[in-house]
Design a protein around this ligand. Sequence first.
Ligand code: SAH
Ligand code: SF4
Length: 338
Amino acid sequence: MTLAELSAAFSEMRLPKYRAEQVYRWAQQRGASSFSEMTDLPLELRTALSERFELRSAELLRRRDSKLDATKKYLFALSDGETVESVLMEYKHGFSQCLSTQVGCKMGCTFCATGQSGFSRDLLPGEMIAQIQSAERDAGVRVGHIVLMGMGEPLDNFGNVLRFLELVSDEKGVGIGMRHISLSTCGLADKIYALAEKKLQLTLSVSLHAPNDEIRSRTMPVNRRCGVEPLLESCRYYAQTTNRRISFEYAMIGGVNDSDACAKELGRRLSGMLCHVNLIPVNDVTGTGYRRSGPERIKRFTEILEHRGIPVTVRRTLGADIEASCGQLRRHSQKGGT
Ligand code: SAH
Ligand code: SF4
């Protein structure tokens, strides 16, 4: 709830406004996961509140710390026992956290550990916020940036994700501004149009991963519903409407999507769009049979795109030793691995 909504509910219960402010601070800033923690409230009020309201939590189940960098990978348990992953990363500009938006995913991308594990349910806005609070408490740091790039397809959980964005960016609460948030999608075009209308200042990342329908439909089944051209059309509309640069994610898979011809085709399609391409050496996920492209191939791919005037970055790998790409830790713990 926003502070305004909580205040309205409290006034209905004939409680003073400062109580709403107190509870809001506990829930949003201090990350309380139960009313009993709110020790500056009278006991009977805590009981009354726990009968009427529910606090969402993400309980720390497992953590893996990278030995190579400061990356921490979390497995959180939700109130019904479902589990989701989240990754905390340290950059020069501060801490950035990758959050899950669903338990599993329906989209079935062939290179993705989450996509290979099926779908259980959507996450509620409070369960997305709780991931931040649990990580902050565990690591003793403040998260400054969020990427919705964990388990799940954020635009397939549109209402809850929009609500989360509203709550998390509230200055009186967690207070992470839209300019510090990225949302990654596999490309649900109808939802990209709908998101454009909201004119949010967040960064939209689109997981393209292929320059044409033939390759994309093989690796990303969602492409059979909406092909590359209609998807790019929705992206052009998004960039024009919001005046925000789109970031195209492109996982480099050896022998699948990393040829010179692929780079040229991609360059042709993206030319003239307000965008940027982020090349990601694909992470090895057991059972997929994919391998990452070598540095020479990535360099050549970059040059071809840059030659066409498209800005390119190559993603630095963090947490390589702790299987930090989402879905991997949960899959292991379900199989009973370590
Ligand atoms: N469902 C959303 C966000 C979660 S996936 C989406 O697909 O965009 C976050 C990112 O991780 C996506 O760009 C996805 O394509 C990428 N990804 C998934 N598996 C990967 C792997 N094995 N190696 C590299 N990137 C991967
Ligand atoms: Fe879902 Fe994204 Fe994984 Fe595809 S890459 S299966 S959309 S989480």
